[in-house]
Design a protein. Structure first.
Length: 357
């Protein structure tokens, strides 16, 4: 059975019959109803994913961030502020502990894993936080040809699922996802357009800060890409497998597979910015039930990200101008989960505190 078949994942829908009981538990806390805003929604979502028929403490044990890195054929057209060599250099920076994601993981007690999903040249490292799951030396130039083969797209889901399953077996109850890859906002724009049929012009932004000339080139290349895809495939939107093959990146395919495996295990998914949200969209298109396990961490300034959030009817926790990637939004938002856990588990009720309104 193909990994693009929803039946392959058998993700359990949340028990919505428990919502009233969980909400009552929250409403009895010593506060006005709804006074903790989105923290109450986060606590409710965690409680639903961990529901066992009665009110019990919720947990967010052994949280981890997995950063998937890959290169993209489209990047040869100079659609980024950086050359493709920076993908590898940043992966080496992650392993050396020098990136923003390292700082935020350390500050918030998150484990960090870095995956080579297919950068141009392999990294040889014995660092225990590094995993090599290469699908090739970067995707093909999607403006000219499909980004990957059908076999690569299947293996992308498989490899990502295997990595998530390793962390879950080690006790992780929350997995956040990040990415690194020069040119991947171009890829994400094309993938979202292929999956939804939205005009690619509504999804394109300046990424890491390209100039006006580069932005015009990016528009032109993505219009060329979607015209090629529509001509080859006859119509848009495309089914998930074909969308990934035609326009995707190795990292988003692996992230989508990891998200599906995380939800299959009943664990929480932290969704970062535009590229990770495009992977979340891919996962939802494969198996809609996966969305119940997703917490959308922030909204970036990239217009494509806002479009994806709207399409998924997602309400992000933060809007603080982040546009870095790497999983930084997920790492920064994680303390909100621990805050939700704390009030849900430990805050007094009106009855226990003998507070009479």
């Amino acid at each position: 059975m193909s990994l693009f078949d929803a039946k392959r994942w058998s993700i359990s829908a949340l028990n919505l019959a428990a919502v009233a009981t969980i909400q009552d538990h929250i409403d009895k806390k010593t506060k006005p109803v709804g006074a903790l805003g989105q923290l109450e929604e986060v606590a409710k979502q965690i409680a639903l994913t961990q529901w066992q028929g009665h009110i019990r403490p919720i947990t967010v044990s052994k949280p981890t961030i997995i950063v998937f890195a890959a290169d993209h054929g489209i990047a040869k057209h100079n659609v980024s502020i950086a050359p493709q060599a920076v993908t590898r250099q940043m992966v080496e920076n992650f392993l050396a502990g020098g990136a923003a994601i390292n700082c935020f993981c350390q500050a918030n007690h998150l484990t960090l894993t870095v995956v080579d999903a297919g950068i141009l040249t392999p990294i040889l490292s014995e660092d225990p936080s590094f995993i090599s799951k290469r699908l090739g030396p970067g995707s093909e130039d999607m403006s000219e040809t499909p980004a990957m083969t059908p076999e690569q797209s299947e293996n992308a889901l498989l490899y990502g699922a295997q990595i998530a399953q390793q962390h879950i077996a080690a006790g992780s109850e929350v997995i956040g996802f990040g990415e690194m890859g020069i040119g991947n906002t171009s890829m994400a724009s094309a993938l979202v357009s292929a999956l939804t049929g939205q005009p690619v012009n509504d999804l394109v932004g300046s990424g890491t800060g390209i100039n006006v000339k580069q932005l015009a080139l990016k528009y032109a290349l993505l219009q060329k890409t979607l015209a090629r895809v529509e001509d080859q495939c006859q119509s848009l939107p495309l089914p998930p497998a074909l969308a990934l093959q035609q326009t995707g990146g190795f990292e988003v395919g692996q992230i989508a597979g990891a998200m599906l495996a995380t939800a299959q295990a009943g664990k929480l998914i932290l969704v970062d910015g535009f590229i990770v949200s495009s992977a979340a969209l891919l996962a939802v298109k494969i198996c809609p039930a996966v969305k119940d396990y997703m917490i959308f961490c922030h909204q970036s300034a990239e217009q494509g990200h806002q479009q994806v959030l709207n399409y998924l009817d997602a309400k992000p926790l933060l809007n603080i101008g982040l546009r870095l990637g790497e999983g930084t939004g997920a790492a920064v938002a994680f303390p909100l989960l621990t805050a939700a856990q704390a009030f849900y588990n430990h805050m007094a009720t009106f009855e226990s505190a003998q507070v009479v309104l």
